[in-house]
Design a protein around this ligand. Structure first.
Ligand SMILES: [Zn+2]
Length: 463
C-alpha cells in the first residue's frame, strides 16, 4: 500500500507515525487551549435556531456576541472595557457633575459628546493626547465612559481598559493630560455546587455561577468527559473559584481553583497549580495532568443523536451496518475541532462521508470527521493543534441531518473515542509535588464540604 499518497481513496490508517508526530506537544501552545475555546463561546442559548434540539447549549463565536451581552455577563478576562458597570475612577475635582455615558450602537464619541451636551472642542483636545487617541479611538456599544463636567466643559474623563487598568484624562488649562492608572482588584475565593437536572447551564445558573465559569469547568474536564453525550441527570459538580471584586461590587469570575465533576457516578477532580516556573495547569489530586492527547468530544455542546453502537441501524441506508463512530447532532456551522495535535492527511469529499477531514496523530492514531459543510483554514498536509477548528458541521454525503460523524482508529482498528484509554500529558514536576500537595489538600478539603450555593468567602486577596 502506498503511504505516500496525499489523498487516500478509502480511509486506511497510514503507516508508522513520523517521529515528529509522536512528540508530545499538545500543551505547548500554553495553558488552556480548550479552556480558551470554551471561554470564547458566547452563551447565546436563546439564539438556538432549532430550539427543540437545544438539550444542552448552543454555541456562538464570541465575536458574534453583541457587546451588550458581553457587558452584562462580565467575563473576567475579557479585555472589553464595558465588562462591569463598576464605578469608574473619577478624578479629584472640587466642582463638576459626574456622568457615566454608555456607548450605543452606531455611536461615535462625537455623537456621544453631542448627545450629552459636552464640548466637542474638549473632545478634540482630549484626542490630541497620545493615550487618549490610543484608548478612545475605538468604542463599542455597551462601553462606558465617565466624565466630570461643568456645563459643557469637560473637567476629567475616564474609561476602564480592563479589570486592572483605566485611562484617566484631566483638564489642565485649555489642554488635557492623560495617564493610565492601576485599579485595585479584590480576589475572593468562592464555592459553588450544583446537580444537573436538565442541562449543565441550568444547573450552573441555579448554583449562581456564570456561563463562562461553567464553560471553563467543561474545559478542565474535556479530556475525561464528553460534555455533549455523557452528561446525565444527577451528575454533580463542585467548584472553588475566584471572584473579582472592586468597591464592594462583584465584577465577575476569575479562575477555577479546584473542581470536581461527578459524571454517571464517576468522580473527576482537578486542581489548578502554577509552578515556580510560571506554568499553570490543572492536575488530578495525584499530580497527574488532566490534559490528554485527545479531547473526548471534538465539538462543543449540542444535542445527542446516537452513540457508538456496532449494531446500529443506519438511518439512511436502512440496513444494519456497523456504525464505527460517534454522531454528534449539531446545527450546521457548529465548529468542529481537532481532537488532538496532528497532521491533515485527507481533506476532501469521501463518498458517503461527504466532506471529510482525516488527521494523523502520534501513536498511529487517526481521527476522522465527516459530513462537514465546509473546511477550516488549512491544507492537506498541514499540522493542526488540539482544539483548532478544522471544519464546520453539515450534512454532506449520506447524512439524514446536520451532524458530525467522528471516528477514532488506533493501528487501523476502530475504537470508541468516548471510552478508549488516552495517552496522558506530563505529570507535575516531582520537584514541585510538595508545594502542589499543600495547595491541593487545602482545596480538596474545601471541595469535600460541598460548597453551598451561597458564596463561601474564605479568603480575600488584593491583586
Ligand atoms: Zn455516523
Amino acid at each position: 500500500m502506498s503511504n505516500q499518497r496525499r489523498t487516500i481513496p478509502d480511509y486506511k490508517p497510514m503507516g508508522p507515525p513520523r517521529p515528529s508526530a509522536s512528540r508530545v506537544p499538545w500543551f505547548v501552545a500554553g495553558v488552556g487551549i480548550p479552556l480558551l475555546a470554551f471561554a470564547l463561546i458566547g452563551p447565546q442559548k436563546e439564539a438556538d435556531p432549532e430550539p427543540e434540539q437545544a438539550a444542552i447549549a448552543i454555541e456562538e463565536p464570541a465575536a458574534q456576541a453583541s457587546a451588550e451581552q458581553a457587558s452584562s455577563r462580565a467575563p473576567a478576562e475579557s479585555a472589553a472595557p464595558a465588562i462591569a458597570a463598576a464605578k469608574l475612577p473619577v478624578a479629584e475635582n472640587p466642582a463638576g457633575t459626574d456622568l457615566v455615558m454608555t456607548i450605543r450602537r452606531g455611536d461615535s464619541l462625537d455623537r456621544l459628546f453631542s448627545r450629552n451636551d459636552l464640548s466637542r472642542a474638549d473632545l478634540a483636545a482630549i484626542m490630541q493626547t497620545e493615550l487618549g487617541r490610543k484608548h478612545l479611538r475605538l468604542v463599542r456599544p455597551g462601553d462606558e465612559i465617565a466624565v466630570r463636567h461643568d456645563g459643557e466643559q469637560v473637567l476629567s474623563l475616564s474609561r476602564d481598559l480592563n479589570l486592572t487598568q483605566a485611562l484617566q484624562i484631566q483638564r489642565a488649562g485649555d489642554d488635557f493630560n492623560a495617564q493610565l492608572i492601576d485599579r485595585e482588584l479584590e480576589r475572593r475565593i468562592a464555592g459553588a455546587s450544583g446537580e444537573i437536572s436538565s442541562s449543565l447551564f441550568l444547573a450552573a445558573a441555579d448554583a449562581g455561577i456564570s456561563d463562562r465559569t461553567i464553560m471553563n469547568l467543561a474545559g478542565i474536564f474535556a479530556w475525561d468527559v464528553d460534555f455533549v453525550l455523557d452528561i446525565r441527570t444527577g451528575d454533580e459538580f463542585q467548584i472553588i473559584y475566584d471572584e473579582l471584586w472592586r468597591d464592594g461590587e462583584r465584577l465577575g469570575d476569575g479562575e477555577i481553583l479546584a473542581a470536581e465533576f461527578i459524571n454517571q457516578g464517576q468522580s473527576f477532580r482537578a486542581i489548578r497549580f502554577e509552578d515556580p516556573e510560571g506554568r499553570v495547569d490543572y492536575y488530578t489530586p495525584d499530580g497527574l495532568s488532566v490534559r490528554k492527547a485527545f479531547v473526548r468530544a471534538p465539538l462543543s455542546f449540542s444535542r445527542i443523536s446516537s452513540n457508538f453502537n456496532p449494531k446500529r441501524r443506519h438511518p439512511k441506508l436502512n440496513t444494519i451496518r456497523a456504525h464505527k463512530g460517534v454522531d454528534y447532532a449539531a446545527p450546521t456551522g457548529t465548529p468542529v475541532k481537532a481532537a488532538g495535535d496532528g497532521k491533515v492527511i485527507h481533506r476532501g469529499v469521501k463518498g458517503g462521508y461527504g466532506k471529510t477531514v482525516i488527521l494523523q496523530h502520534g501513536g498511529n492514531i487517526t481521527t476522522l470527521y465527516a459530513h462537514m459543510s465546509r473546511y477550516g483554514n488549512f491544507r492537506n498536509g498541514s499540522r493542526v493543534r488540539q482544539g483548532q477548528i478544522i471544519g464546520y458541521v453539515g450534512s454532506t454525503g449520506l447524512a439524514t441531518g446536520p451532524h458530525l460523524h467522528y471516528e477514532y482508529r488506533s493501528n487501523g482498528v476502530h475504537r470508541n473515542p468516548r471510552t478508549v484509554k488516552l495517552p496522558e500529558a506530563d505529570p507535575i514536576n516531582p520537584e514541585y509535588l510538595p508545594e502542589f500537595r499543600a495547595i491541593a489538600s487545602d482545596l480538596l478539603e474545601q471541595l469535600e464540604t460541598r460548597p453551598s450555593l451561597a458564596v463561601a468567602q474564605v479568603d480575600v486577596t488584593k491583586i
